[in-house]
Design a protein around this ligand. Structure first.
Ligand code: B12
Length: 133
């Protein structure tokens, strides 16, 4: 049986910038996905929530420069709990030189400021072609 794509969306650490993550959460929801928005959380709590919610995708938002430390910690926490197959995506003010290092650390894709919401929806949908929207 197919089910909707499930996305857990969080702001990394104490990042107070919420606009982008809310806009992305709404766009994914409007595209027919189940979005669980958990606000500010530490990496281990985000990973635990993703497992408890059986999320397909973990969406992380960071505009305060904490992405290199905290985003890989989400991936590591997922892997240590057997949830490393989940797709982790990141958005926010990520300098381009950081992107390859984040991908090496297991972040599937990075979306910077100004990314059209349709592009994010298309990316997530394409990761799970078998799921209805
Ligand atoms: C508005 C704003 C604020 C507001 C936030 C209001 C709010 N509640 O959201 C306030 C005034 C509170 C604020 C505070 C601070 N800010 Co500020 N802020 C901005 C500003 C001007 C715009 C951010 C914004 O709302 N953009 C609009 C949204 C729609 O875009 P977005 O968030 O980028 O989201 C898009 C993508 O990034 C992506 N995306 C984002 N999240 C996610 C998540 C997922 C899963 C996906 C797929 C995609 C995605 O998709 C979105 C659509 O394209 C930016 C400058 C800028 N141009 O980015 C600085 C900026 C982000 N702020 C900055 C700073 C330094 C701060 C402060 C540290 C300042 C201070 N000294 O106190 C604090 C942060 C404190 C904290 N604990 O986080 C810096 C960050 C520098 C860095 N990253 O190294 C910036 C870049 C300004 C600058 N040029 O220096 N800020």
């Amino acid at each position: 049986m197919t089910r909707k794509i499930r996305v857990v969306m969080a702001r990394l650490g104490l990042d107070s910038h919420w606009r982008g993550s809310i806009m992305v959460a709404r766009a994914l929801r409007d595209a027919g996905m189940e979005v669980i928005y958990v606000g500010n959380q530490d990496p281990e709590t985000i990973a635990e929530t993703a497992l408890q919610e059986d999320a397909d995708v973990v969406g992380l938002s960071s505009l305060s420069g904490n992405h290199m430390e905290l985003a890989p910690r989400v991936v590591n926490a997922l892997r240590s709990k057997g949830g490393g197959h989940r797709t982790v995506i990141l958005g926010g003010t990520v300098p381009p030189p950081d992107v390859p290092r984040l991908k090496e650390a297991g972040i599937a894709e990075v979306f910077g400021p100004g990314t059209p919401l349709e592009r994010i929806v298309r990316y997530v949908s394409a990761c799970f072609p078998q799921n209805p929207r």
